[in-house]
Write a protein that binds this ligand. Sequence first.
Ligand code: AMP
Ligand code: ZN
Length: 470
Amino acid sequence: MTTIKLHNTRTRKKEVFAPLDQDDVRMYVCGPTVYDRAHLGNARPVVVFDVLYRLLRHVYGPDHVTYVRNFTDVDDKINARAAESGRAIGEITAETTQWFLDDMAELGVLEPDHMPRATQYIPQMVAMIEDLIAKGHAYEAEGHVLFAVDSWREGYGKLSGRTVDDMIAGARVEVAPYKRNPMDFVLWKPSDEGQPGWESPWGRGRPGWHIECSAMAYELLGESFDIHGGGNDLMFPHHENEIAQSCCAHPQGDFARYWLHNEMLQVEGKKMSKSLGNFFTVRDLLDQGIPGEVIRFVFLSTHYRKPMDWTAEKAREAGRTLRKLRKIAEGSERWSDGVDRYHEPYEDVVAALCDDLNTHLAIKLLQDHADNFESSDDSSRLLVTLDLLGISSSWRDAEHLHAEHLYKEQYQIGILIGRMQEARALKDWKTADAIKAALVEAGVELKISKGGVEYDFGWDFDPAKLESLK
Ligand code: AMP
Ligand code: ZN
């Protein structure tokens, strides 16, 4: 069996991954709160853990992996969105959930085996909270139920490596008179009439955020499972609180054994934020014509534990590389006849992924194989390797990237380049530059050298813009 190594946040070490049950490898990843379109940063953990899911399926078999990713559909941000828009909460969460699934599918993301919604698990959350109260780990105060961090001082803070006192000093904790310790966090809170609420032993109310992951992971994966993932911004307090709840409710279990956290995404070297004007959603990029696999490829080019920088230049570069890879993949038998034949992905690429998901290296190796390929057998291996990385899923539809289908456009570009070269020969730089700028604007990539002009179609190639150049 191939050995996978993963960096475990809990031990701060890269460890050999040994699942509890090779026939049922279990992974939980915190999913989105559904009140708005996913921004580009939200997509990073989704893609990272999709690669891990694909790798686990490759190593243990597709029927031997259970992947759970939740939807948080009860949250004050959703309530606020409903209040400001005058729309029903259920309408907003249903619409946003579908947007999320559609956008992630465009990035080649497989659907997890289970996608539980928090509102479907309220009774399980209530039962877990009752259990925590009975065991002395939680208490009721003024219609709220709070987790008592002092009841589990030995474990609280271990994941992020902090003591309770450090956390109090460093965190923005909500101070409330009914809390015994400022770090105590909400398991249940009362709802006003206008807010969503469920009957409970503590009156009509709704769950705090953290309890949903503990309850749903227990229900779907049991008291001990293998991998828990999410962005590193969730490590504290969300994951720390999940651990406290689950380990105190089920002291015989380990909860999650390997904790994986991805680093954040930035845009052109800066934090993505609305105030900096560099905030965009996945859908914004797709609408600009950037294919999903280009976005995915850019994501994979940075290791998940490093901050990743999204730049327009990286997207262009990824588009070029993908076109090259695609040309080779098209030489495979499967491409031409659509029949799946058994081929193993390149071993060195698999080995890179097994080394703590080194997608950066995997992609480099893939490019080396592309540069040195020799036969249609190589093409088939390239294609299955791309499948493993989840890159090739939508290629058959991406005909606009396919130069062979663009006869008319090639003819037009040929004429324009001819005119540009004539102008250059006459030293009419103004005309030459104008034609060049127009071609670039239409998404044509030009390589001008002494030997002549070569070109390629960029992912943003727009035939309509070429039309207007006549
Ligand atoms: P939020 O929308 O903040 O609730 O985040 C939902 C998910 O997206 C969480 O797993 C976060 O860790 C992740 N996330 C949010 N912002 C970023 C970012 N800039 N880069 C990477 N992941 C992010
Ligand atoms: Zn969670």
